[in-house]
Structures are given as structure tokens and as C-alpha cells.
Design a binder for this molecule. Structure first.
Ligand SMILES: Nc1ncnc2c1ncn2[C@@H]1O[C@H](COP(=O)(O)OP(=O)(O)OP(=O)(O)O)[C@@H](O)[C@H]1O
Length: 247
């Protein structure tokens, strides 16, 4: 089942075209990596799916419905630095903010809301710290809290923006395992990352983006150096290029 359908999307920001004619779809159970250089438009594409950015052309459908802000079924993990960590609330209260769409801004959380929060914290291995202030957490713990916050509502599509930045290997592995498991359970996972190794190892499909889609295929079908040169502007003598295209 197609959960996310991006069709012919173009986006202009500040008078410049940031995305051009982007087509992308993600099926239930797929783990898709969105790969591209700085400024390629990866975050803008995620924000367009979240309907925080309006395309100048094309359409975005989530579970067959036009994307709209706060749409149920879409979980979003922003880049860690975008979150207000100095807000004086606990881990479990932070995860509860992921349920605002379900409970409204002002209703007191119900017992079932707290159960969703506890389950989500359990999935990221943070349940034992649930009453700690978020401001006291390490970078890796913060990333796990943001993932729990996105998971609390059991999204059909999970959007991950650079989830591995600044993480040590065990935390990266823990999250990667979790994303793989979520996809195995039927969640559509779309992840931007600069961690090519992780993307090549974990994602069933990679979308190479540089303002427009350069390639969209499983990792083992992306051996053509030209695709990586076009996406990243890599030199043809780059050792990274040799690695990426090794048979
Ligand atoms: N609000 C905005 N107004 C004008 N231009 C913007 C705005 N937001 C992003 N851009 C521009 O859009 C382009 C794409 O930015 P975006 O953040 O989507 O790239 P990215 O692929 O996520 O990059 P990175 O890997 O560095 O996070 C950049 O040139 C950026 O400067």
C-alpha cells in the first residue's frame, strides 16, 4: 500500500526554486533513505510532506489524502537542534507533546495517553528515565526522546531528519535497529541522512536528491558513478566514489 505519494512537486523559497519536479512514493513497510548534499532540499521535502511548506506545483498525498499540518498518521523527528531543550519539562511530558494532535492543546492527558507515552519510551529504551528533565539529557538520549515523541501515535509514515548526527555507534545502532523493526511492522520510514554507510546498509531503497530526484533505486542498483557525481558533485577520482560504486 502506498502511504506517501509526492507527485511533480516543486517548491520555491525566498524567490528561489528549492525543489523541482520531485516524484517520490513510499510503501508501507519500506525504509527509504533520502540522500543528497547540504542544501539539496531534503528537509524542505520533509517539511512539504508535513504541509509546513506549500509546493508551488504538484501534490503530496499521505494515505491517499492531501497533506495537511498535524495530519494523523505522520510522525516527524526533526533535527535535534530544532527542538527547545531548555523548556523545563520532563522526558514523559516531552513525549506527551507528540499527542497534541490527538488530545488538543488544553485537555488533560488520559490514562490511555500516558500508556502511549510509556510504550513509546519503552521502545527507545528510555522508560526508566521518564521523569528526568529533558534539559539534562545527552545528545543521544535527546534523539531517543524525539523518536519516542514521533512514535507515540503509531504513525503510518515516519519522517526522520538526520537522526544519526552526533550519535555514538551503539546509539546509532539502537535507533537503526528500531527503524528497521518499525519498517518490518509496516511503517513507511523516510529518512534523510549524511551517513552513507548506514543508509547503504539499512535502507531498502535510496532516493538521491539534488533539488530534483537524480536516482531512486535499491542500493545495489546505484553503482553508476555518474549518479553520485551528479548528486554530490564528487570528483571522479574520489575514493568515496570508488567505494560507493564497488561491485
Ligand atoms: N525559509 C527559507 N527561505 C529561503 N530559502 C530557504 C529556506 N529554507 C531553506 N532554504 C534554502 O533551501 C535550500 C534547501 O534547504 P534544505 O534545508 O531543504 O536542504 P537540506 O538538503 O536539508 O540540507 P542539509 O543537508 O544542509 O540539512 C537551501 O539552499 C536553503 O538555503
Amino acid at each position: 500500500m502506498t502511504v506517501l505519494q509526492v507527485e511533480d512537486v516543486s517548491v520555491a523559497l525566498g524567490g528561489r526554486t528549492v525543489l523541482r519536479d520531485v516524484d517520490l512514493s513510499v510503501e508501507a513497510g519500506e525504509f527509504v533513505g533520502l540522500i543528497g548534499p547540504n542544501g539539496a532540499g531534503k528537509t524542505t521535502l520533509l517539511r512539504t510532506v508535513l504541509a509546513l511548506v506549500r509546493p508551488s506545483a504538484g501534490s503530496v498525498l499521505v494515505q491517499g489524502r492531501r497533506a495537511r499540518p498535524g495530519a494523523p498518521g505522520v510522525g516527524y523527528v526533526p533535527q535535534r537542534h530544532e527542538f527547545a531543550w531548555d523548556f523545563p519539562i520532563s522526558i514523559e511530558q516531552t513525549v506527551m507533546t507528540g499527542l497534541v494532535g490527538r488530545q488538543g492543546l488544553f485537555r488533560r492527558p488520559s490514562a490511555s495517553d500516558w500508556r502511549l507515552v510509556a510504550d513509546a519510551l519503552d521502545r527507545v529504551g528510555m522508560a526508566h528515565l521518564r521523569t528526568r528533565p529533558v534539559g539534562e539529557l545527552s545528545g543521544g538520549q535527546r534523539q531517543r526522546v524525539l523518536v519516542a515523541r514521533a512514535l507515540a501515535l503509531h504513525p503510518s509514515v515516519l519522517l526522520l531528519d538526520e537522526p544519526f548526527t552526533g550519535l555514538d555507534m551503539p546509539t546509532q545502532e539502537l535507533l537503526s535497529d528500531l527503524f528497521t523493526r518499525l519498517a518490518g511492522e509496516g511503517t513507511a520510514v523516510l529518512m534523510t541522512t549524511h551517513d552513507l554507510l548506514e543508509a547503504l546498509a539499512r535502507c531498502g531503497r535510496l532516493v538521491l536528491l539534488n533539488r530534483t530526484v537524480v536516482a531512486d533505486a535499491p542500493p545495489d542498483r546505484l553503482r553508476d558513478p555518474e549518479l553520485w557525481v551528479r548528486t554530490f558533485g564528487l570528483s571522479e577520482r574520489s575514493p568515496l566514489l570508488a567505494f560507493l560504486t564497488a561491485a
